[in-house]
Design a protein around this ligand. Sequence first.
Ligand code: HEM
Length: 237
Amino acid sequence: MSVATKTISAAPPSPSRLGILWGSAIGKKFLMALTGILLSLFVLGHLLGNLQLYFGKDSTGAWLINNYAKFLHNNVPLLWGTRLVMGVSVLVHAIAGIQLYLAKQSARPIPYHEKQSVNSTLPSRTMIWSGVLIGGFVVYHLLHLTVGSAHPDFVPLDVMHNVSTGLRGIAAVVYLISMVALGFHLRHGLYSLFSSLGAGNPAISKNVFNYAAVVATLIALANISFPLAVLAGLVRG
Ligand code: HEM
């Protein structure tokens, strides 16, 4: 007796919305913009928190910046929630950025004989390199001021001590160069982000270009002030 068999092939799983976004260049750009907003907000919040390095001690004699660090470390959901969102954002932002860069390169395997950049700025042409530099900085920075393994005299939760003894010599140079790269990256990143929101309007575009430059410069300068203040002996703990 023969039994007829029929093979039923399962329909391929339909990609999720995230999969569709990740699969197209425009979708990747959208995800980069979204994660770029989250990362910029983190950089701004982190900077505002770090400004407490300049605000001295409370009435009990404890450094305000150390109280702030203790508050963050005691607030486990806030700390780990932020770490999770930032970790995922960095990965998505970096992988999408590298993939888009490589796709652009392979679209023109033979470089222009003579390349004249029309309407482009140094920050816009060096986004991939400033991004790689910031990525490297973040890894070093975590080992330096969070884990402490790259710090000469790390004391857990004594931020004032860790910053004032850590941002010296070669470490200070690494911070200064990285903060310039951050300023470059933010300048073009903020411009692309905001001009996408007001796309097509040259009047808005010009204003956005100027605002992005001012905001990025202020953030970079405020961050640069920390190693400079340590080197000048203004931050001591
Ligand atoms: C000169 C500028 C900066 C100073 C003085 C500084 C200082 C610090 C300090 C003291 C910590 C440890 C805080 C703690 O353990 O409570 C820290 C953590 C961190 N910083 Fe910075 N920072 C600077 C710039 C930046 C920049 C530009 C970025 C990002 C691009 C960044 C990203 C981070 C991250 C991701 C952490 C880990 C936070 C965590 O514990 O989850 N920092 N920073």
